[in-house]
Design a binder for this molecule. Structure first.
Ligand code: ADP
Ligand code: MG
Length: 474
């Protein structure tokens, strides 16, 4: 069979995606374009020299493995770097950089684990040694920061990880909003069990993948194989079960697998973005099963936990970020930890790309770049600038220590609007006004409200300013 470069690269990406974080995948692999495949040499086009260096430094092992898996030991990867994009009159200019053949050592050591990836149900007798857990090894308990937000879920998860199937936490259901650490926690459970019990078949699967596999098995008339495969599992970790909502047939299949595994004393771990009682479109009999064990929620991490998450991440990436930047990030991104991670990756990339130290300015840029609504909503910078102009003082003076009357008034008004028009917490507003504490913010908001009630002229100025923010906020 003649393979084409797009197919080969697509297969490579499938494996890569399962082995690295989502953000890294987006940053470093999505922009790559497969260019050619000739004599077992796959040429991929990368946007810059820097990009190529980064891939070679951080992902060389992984790339070699996937190339070996796809093209065998003769397979090689070649990079094509765009050095000039060209225009209507000039063709783009590129250079090609070959890499070495897959070294024998890597080729020898590589265990083809694709049994599950390719077509898990093709053979009747499944060799358990080839089963792939689909776990991402970088998620563990050591790098899962504990805080008030996750204490119950984490300790229940840890108990399950140590005694799968034998605690009363079966099933364990973890729920919480996007980016609060559900996947990380359940993967940590899986990795922990796997390293303590290599003989057990731990399987991590997203509900989306489960549903797609099921649909595929219906199409190809292999439902029985599908079911048999899942019945082999010792620890089933199924992520984002809300995805099964409305999919009746898939739910029915899951219900049977669930019952069978549970009866056999196998551990089941699930996540969902809502508590079971609020999950719409899931059958009652399934929901009632979810409640047999323990349901634990994840809340948004508090400021200190966010700081610790950033620090842990820096540590594992071997980067150094000044304290004021860490604080700024922890204040600014306060719910979705995946966004926080995205900001960090982007910061690292920009710092390397522009050969600049990571500082507050770069961090502010990275935040704008990643979190789109920072720009869309009326932000603190805009409020400070507008209020400062109106009162004819400088933005810096709003953040300074000075207690001059006209500056104090402008500062209080700006804080008042920050409270009204942004989603920043009192603590965060104080932080952005020269590190004042939240009680100062409360006092300012109160003072301005009182003045609006008692001073007509003042009220008129506030209304005038308010219009500017309302227009922007839409
Ligand atoms: P969810 O599955 O709830 O959407 P994830 O588990 O994917 O969230 O978490 C998003 C990112 O935030 C992951 O990279 C994860 O490692 C990180 N993260 C979330 N909570 C924590 C925590 N308590 N400690 C360390 N990292 C965390
Ligand atoms: Mg998740």
């Amino acid at each position: 069979m003649v393979k084409d470069c797009a197919t080969v690269w697509r297969n490579c990406l499938q494996v890569i995606k399962d082995n690295i974080g989502e953000q890294s995948y987006k940053t470093w692999f999505e922009p790559i374009v497969p260019f050619a495949l000739k004599d077992n040499v796959l040429t991929i086009q990368v946007p810059t020299q820097f990009f190529y260096e980064w891939l070679e430094e951080h992902y060389v092992g992984l790339l070699k493995k996937v190339i070996y898996q796809e093209l065998g030991s003769e397979g090689r990867l070649e990079y094509q770097i765009i050095i000039d994009r060209g225009d209507n009159f000039n063709k783009p200019q590129t250079v090609n950089i070959p890499t070495k053949k897959v070294p024998q050592a890597i080729a020898n050591s590589y265990q083809p684990e694709q049994h599950f990836l390719k077509n898990p149900f093709e053979s009747k007798s499944i060799d358990r040694n080839f089963l792939n857990s689909q776990l991402n090894a970088s998620y563990n308990f050591d790098n899962y920061i504990e805080g008030d937000c996750n204490r119950l879920a984490r300790s229940a998860g840890y108990a399950v990880a140590n005694k799968p199937g034998t605690t009363s936490f079966n099933p364990l259901m973890v729920y919480g909003g996007v980016g609060l650490g559900k996947t990380h926690l359940v993967q940590a459970i899986g990795n922990h069990i796997k390293s303590n019990n290599p003989e057990k078949f731990v399987l991590y699967v997203s509900s989306e993948k489960f549903a797609n596999q099921f649909i595929e098995s219906v199409k190809t008339n292999t439902i029985q194989d599908f079911a048999n495969f899942y019945l082999l599992v010792d620890i089933l970790i199924i992520d984002d079960v809300q995805f099964l909502s409305g999919k009746e047939k898939t739910q029915e299949m899951f219900f049977h697998i669930f019952n069978h595994l549970h009866q056999a004393g196998k551990q089941i771990v699930m996540t969902s973005d809502l508590p079971p009682r609020s999950l719409k479109g899931l059958e009652e009999r399934l929901l009632s099963r979810f409640k047999w064990g323990l349901t634990a929620d994840l809340q948004s991490p508090d400021f200190e936990t966010r700081m610790a998450i950033i620090q842990k991440k820096m540590q594992s990436d071997g980067i150094d970020i000044p304290d004021n930047v860490v604080e700024y990030l922890a204040y600014s991104v306060d719910t979705n930890m995946r966004e926080l991670e995205g900001v960090l990756t982007s910061l690292m990339a920009q710092s390397l790309l522009n050969r600049k130290e990571i500082d507050l300015e770069l961090a502010k840029g990275a935040l704008k770049h990643i979190i789109e609504d920072v720009e869309a909503e009326v932000n603190l910078d805009f409020i400070q600038k507008t209020v400062a102009e109106y009162f004819e003082v400088t933005v810096d003076s709003l953040k300074a220590k000075t207690r001059k009357k006209e500056i104090v008034t402008a500062r209080q008004v700006a804080m008042y609007f920050a409270k009204e028009f942004t989603s920043h917490s009192l603590k965060s507003i104080g932080y952005h006004f020269g590190g004042r504490d939240h009680s100062t913010v409360i006092h300012s908001v109160q003072t301005v409200s009182d003045l609006i009630d008692t001073d007509k002229k003042f009220k008129a100025s506030i209304q005038e300013l308010q219009k500017k923010f309302k227009v922007k906020a839409g």
